[in-house]
Ligand binder design. Structure first.
Ligand code: SF4
Length: 325
């Protein structure tokens, strides 16, 4: 069964149950006309002041009409997920809830993993085997990340695309791994790009379609994609419960800040772009990030899928000029 996911969830369990996960965010943003998905939601009655990603996920599921079951992270991901899922249920979509427990409570997390395994018909041994299988690919993604920030051989956009795809491994881990092997072998042979400004990107993935290109054009290299890297689970643990407890994104902002500060230092980052989405509760966290991260931060806000607007473009250019001085 194809199972839609709306954020990174324990994908090992989906595979262990014999299903094919599909990250709807990626389908939405990579579709020929993502704005049409947003319009579908608005046509069905979604208010204008609802996050574009939420409307896009809703519209994509209904417009593509190929996904009938969705796993929803009802805790830890997004305050708008529950209502979105209710509107999908109304349209006949089956919703399977999953919760990242507040405070990283390991016992509660284990319970959630076991419940999901039971619901998807996955036995625990097979879940553990899938973890080992996917960890092998994740290790290669760590090399990809190193080739980005240490060697300058992989662009920020390429890094973004590969890491973000590890939420579902394209629903075909063997194909994903072979493509990754080919990509890495080409990338290792590239000439390193040096002497560019080193930028970190934090926050949810951008709804803008050309942000990485603009930064690259203006001489900046994105050497850290915070949330995308978290999706790839770069942790040294054999324990699946621990893995999903170390994953920073669904928990409090302070765990994310610790990770950001560590990587800013390790990767020698000069400035940060914090992307926020209009009408998203995570916008509030910008003020905590600004107080706790000690490099210049430019906060951007995006609303609809498409190219960067003129005002945001000017703000980015001024930020990079300021960093250059
Ligand atoms: S951007 Fe914010 S509101 Fe939108 S889906 Fe993500 S967490 Fe939810």
């Amino acid at each position: 069964m194809r199972i839609g996911i709306t954020t990174t969830i324990p994908v090992e369990i989906v595979y262990a149950g014999g299903h094919m996960p599909e990250d709807i965010n990626n389908v939405f943003i990579a579709s020929d006309d993502p704005q049409a998905m947003v319009l579908r939601a608005e046509h069905d009655g979604y208010p204008r002041n609802v996050c574009g990603w939420i409307k896009g996920i809703y519209g994509t599921i209904l417009e593509t009409n190929s996904i009938k079951t969705v796993i929803a992270a009802v805790e830890g991901d997004c305050s708008q997920t529950q209502a979105m899922m209710e509107t999908l249920e109304m349209q006949g979509i089956q919703v399977i809830p999953f919760a990242f427990p507040y405070g990283r409570d390991r016992d509660m997390l284990r319970m959630q993993l076991e419940k999901l395994a039971e619901r998807l018909g996955a036995d625990w041994q097979s879940v553990i085997e899938w973890k080992k299988r996917l960890d092998g690919i994740r290790l290669k993604l760590r090399e990809l990340d190193d080739l980005t920030w240490q060697d300058g051989k992989i662009s920020g956009r390429e890094n973004h695309i590969w890491l973000i795809s590890s939420s579902d491994f394209w629903g075909k881990p063997d194909w994903f791994e072979t493509s990754l092997d080919n990509f890495l072998s080409d990338a290792r042979a590239r000439q390193p790009k040096k002497g560019r400004m080193r930028i970190g990107y934090i926050g949810i993935p951008p709804i803008f379609t050309d942000l990485y290109e603009l930064l690259e054009e203006r001489g900046a290299a994105v050497v850290f994609n915070e949330v995308q890297r978290q999706f790839s689970m770069p942790f040294d643990t054999d324990d699946i419960v621990e893995q999903y407890a170390l994953y920073t994104y669904p928990y409090d902002i302070f765990g994310r800040i610790e990770d950001i500060n560590r990587e800013v230092e390790r990767r020698n980052i000069q400035g940060i772009i914090h992307y926020t989405q209009s009408f998203c509760f995570r916008q509030i966290q910008d003020l905590i990030i600004r107080k706790n991260v000690n490099v210049p931060i430019l906060t951007l806000e995006g609303e609809s899928p498409g190219p960067i607007d003129a005002r945001t473009r000017v703000r980015i250019e001024s930020f990079l000029e300021m960093l250059e001085v």
